[in-house]
Design a binder for this molecule. Structure first.
Ligand code: IDP
Ligand code: MG
Length: 150
């Protein structure tokens, strides 16, 4: 099933110059980037995205970190995009993330684990709405993928 998921590169990824590398992995996998923008999330946006973690010890530092600088947000689309991207980013704790995954290749620290991605269809819908307006999300198909990949 074609799904849309929210992916954002956290400030540590943007500040380390890893945007191109990570966008490239998403493109090479064959997924489509339906929307993309660089922004500094507001506290309100970050709190909504991480609502489920409210009350946990890492919640406040997480909100602080993700609102501290530029974030590259994307709506990524494709068959089973949610699971595909979750597998590409690897386990939450980089200590457990396999080499070859984004976190397994670029992160050492769970608090600076480079990337966020939605974990379910319901959360994807919710999270996309927090960062994107409807008219910022494009509908298009890449001819190569339509012909050779899907
Ligand atoms: P996810 O990003 O893989 O979906 P979540 O459990 O949803 O992981 O946690 C959201 C973010 O909160 C993580 O990406 C990580 O940066 C941070 N986090 C999660 N668990 C811990 C922890 O035990 N200590 C510190 N930070 C954590
Ligand atoms: Mg999560």
């Amino acid at each position: 099933m074609t799904e849309r998921t929210l992916v954002f590169l956290k400030p540590e990824a943007v500040l380390r110059g890893l945007m191109g590398e990570i966008i490239s992995r998403i493109e090479r996998r064959g997924l489509t980037i339906a929307a993309m923008k660089l922004l500094q999330p507001t506290r309100k946006q970050a709190e909504k995205i991480y609502e489920v973690h409210k009350g946990k010890t890492f919640y406040e530092p997480l909100i602080e970190r993700v609102t501290s600088g530029p974030v590259l947000a994307m709506v990524v689309e494709g068959p089973n995009a949610i699971s595909i991207i979750r597998n590409m980013i690897g386990k939450t704790n980089p200590l457990e993330a396999q080499p070859g995954t984004i976190r397994g290749d670029f992160a050492l620290n769970v608090q600076k684990n480079i990337v966020h991605a939605s974990d379910s269809l319901e959360n994807a819908r919710k999270e996309i709405e927090i960062l994107f307006k409807h008219n910022e999300i494009l509908n298009y198909r890449k001819p190569t993928e339509a012909q050779y990949l899907l």
